[in-house]
Each structure stands twice: as structure tokens, then as C-alpha cells.
Design a protein around this ligand. Structure first.
Ligand code: ADP
Ligand code: ADP
Length: 221
């Protein structure tokens, strides 16, 4: 199965994607993580996307489509993929549909994490991530056992340079202008389910898992 997680920056997509991918045996594909890995390796592509990411703008469609589609079509897990952060524009959604259709596959369900703008800045500025395993923490709501250190692999946690109040404003306006229209696109196809993303992490997970189980298939034991 191929699932898409939608929602504004800070909605909890990464947090839930890790849990849902585990529950359904899916490969977690985060477009932001893939782009950050390109930057870290100093590739030509990484250099091309840096200024967009730092300013909070979306990177051009052709770049992200090229980065992600091959991975969607060749998942490392036989069960399929859980897309986190892609698609983010109508052009990306159409490119995804076309590529999947050519491979006799499809998007099976889109889970939208609904969070209003108000809590987003607090969530994003307090976010800390593990550069090694990708685990996501929050300084107040989801702190690691030892401050600044990943619970899983003891790496030093990082504060993303685009996780500032200033850049979040840009990311939110990109979301409203370019990504929100995707909700109607998927609703029109009967693929959209909405989950209240303001509840606590476990409640959001249970609600999303239930929707996916009901609509697409059972979670692993
Ligand atoms: P968040 O998890 O807070 O929503 P991401 O890590 O997904 O943020 O994305 C960080 C940045 O990477 C975005 O601001 C954008 O510049 C770029 N990016 C990620 N995914 C996409 C995409 N599908 N299309 C265009 N740009 C993207
Ligand atoms: P996204 O991938 O959508 O940008 P993240 O999963 O990285 O969002 O979450 C953004 C921040 O909000 C992180 O610091 C995370 O710990 C926190 N967070 C995620 N889900 C919740 C929740 N349900 N309640 C409170 N904080 C949350």
C-alpha cells in the first residue's frame, strides 16, 4: 500500500510516520530528510536546494519529483511506502499519480493531520531532531531522557536552521498557498481522511492507525 501524510509544517507528520510505518510494515520516505541528506553529502542537488530550504520556500517540483519517485516505485519494504512531506503541490501529486499508474500502483489513502496555525510556531521552534536516526523530540512536550541527547543512539540532538519563528512564517504561507489545495484534490478522489493533530502523540497515532486499518488494511500484529 502507498500512503500519504499531509499537514502543515509541525503537524506531526514525521512523528507519526515513524510509528505508522512500523505498524504497517511500510518504508518511511521523508522528502525533507532526503533533501537534508543531499545537502549533508554536498551533492550538486544539495547545493541547488539549499537557498529554497533556508528561506522556507518549496524547492522546485522537478527536483523533488526526481529525488523521490524512483524510491516510491522501488520500496525497500514489500508492503509499500508512507510518504511524509511529498507531495506538496498539485503538480507533484499529479506526477506521483502518473508514475504509480504506469507501474499499476496507486495512492491508497491520504491521512491529513489537522492542526491550526497557532500551535505551529511553538512546536517548530521547540523541535529537536536526531541527525543519526531521525527521531523527533520537543524541548517541552516530548523531551529526551537526557537533555540534548537522543534516547535511541545517544547522538547530540540538533535544532534545524529553518526551525526559527521567522522561517516558519514563510513555510506556513507556502503550505497555505501551495499544499492546502491538495486536500480538495484527494477529497475529490475519495482518498482523504482527516485526523485531529492537536491531540497527544499516542491519541493521534491510534486515530490514524484506525483510519488506515478501516480503509486499507490491518496493521501487523
Ligand atoms: P516539515 O517537516 O517541517 O514540514 P520538511 O522537513 O518536510 O519540513 O521540509 C523542509 C523543507 O524542505 C521545506 O521547507 C522545503 O524547502 C523542502 N521540501 C521538503 N519537501 C518538499 C516538497 N515535497 N516539495 C518542495 N519542497 C520540499
Ligand atoms: P512535521 O514532520 O509535520 O513537521 P514533527 O513530527 O516533526 O512535524 O513534529 C513537530 C514538533 O511537534 C516536534 O517537536 C514534535 O515533537 C512535536 N509534536 C508532534 N506531534 C505532537 C503532538 N501530537 N502534540 C504535541 N507536540 C507534537
Amino acid at each position: 500500500m502507498n500512503l500519504v501524510l499531509l499537514g502543515p509544517p509541525g503537524a506531526g507528520k514525521g512523528t507519526q510516520a515513524v510509528r505508522l510505518a512500523e505498524a504497517f510494515g511500510l518504508q518511511h520516505l521523508s522528502s525533507g530528510d532526503l533533501l537534508r541528506a543531499e545537502r549533508k553529502s554536498g551533492t550538486e542537488l544539495g547545493r541547488r536546494v539549499a537557498s529554497y530550504m533556508d528561506s522556507g520556500a518549496l524547492v522546485p517540483d522537478d527536483i523533488i519529483v526526481e529525488v523521490i519517485l524512483a524510491r516510491v516505485l522501488n520500496p525497500t519494504k514489500p508492503a509499500g511506502v508512507l510518504l511524509d512531506g511529498f507531495p506538496r503541490t498539485l503538480a507533484q501529486a499529479e506526477a506521483l499519480d502518473k508514475a504509480l499508474a504506469n507501474a499499476s500502483k496507486k495512492v491508497d489513502l491520504v491521512v491529513s493531520l489537522v492542526v491550526p496555525d497557532e500551535p505551529i510556531v511553538e512546536r517548530i521552534t521547540g523541535r529537536r531532531v536526531c541527525p543519526t536516526c531521525g527521531a523527533v523530540y520537543h524541548v517541552k512536550t516530548l523531551p529526551p531522557a537526557k537533555e540534548g541527547v537522543c534516547d535511541k543512539d545517544s547522538s547530540a540532538l540538533v535544532h534545524r536552521t529553518d526551525d526559527t519563528a521567522e522561517v516558519v512564517k514563510e513555510r506556513l504561507s507556502a503550505y497555505h498557498a501551495q499544499t492546502r489545495p491538495l486536500e480538495d484534490y484527494y477529497r475529490g478522489k475519495g482518498l482523504m481522511v482527516e485526523v485531529d493533530g492537536t491531540a497527544d502523540v499516542e491519541t493521534v497515532f491510534q486515530a490514524a492507525r484506525r483510519e488506515i486499518s478501516n480503509r486499507v488494511g490491518e496493521a501487523r500484529a
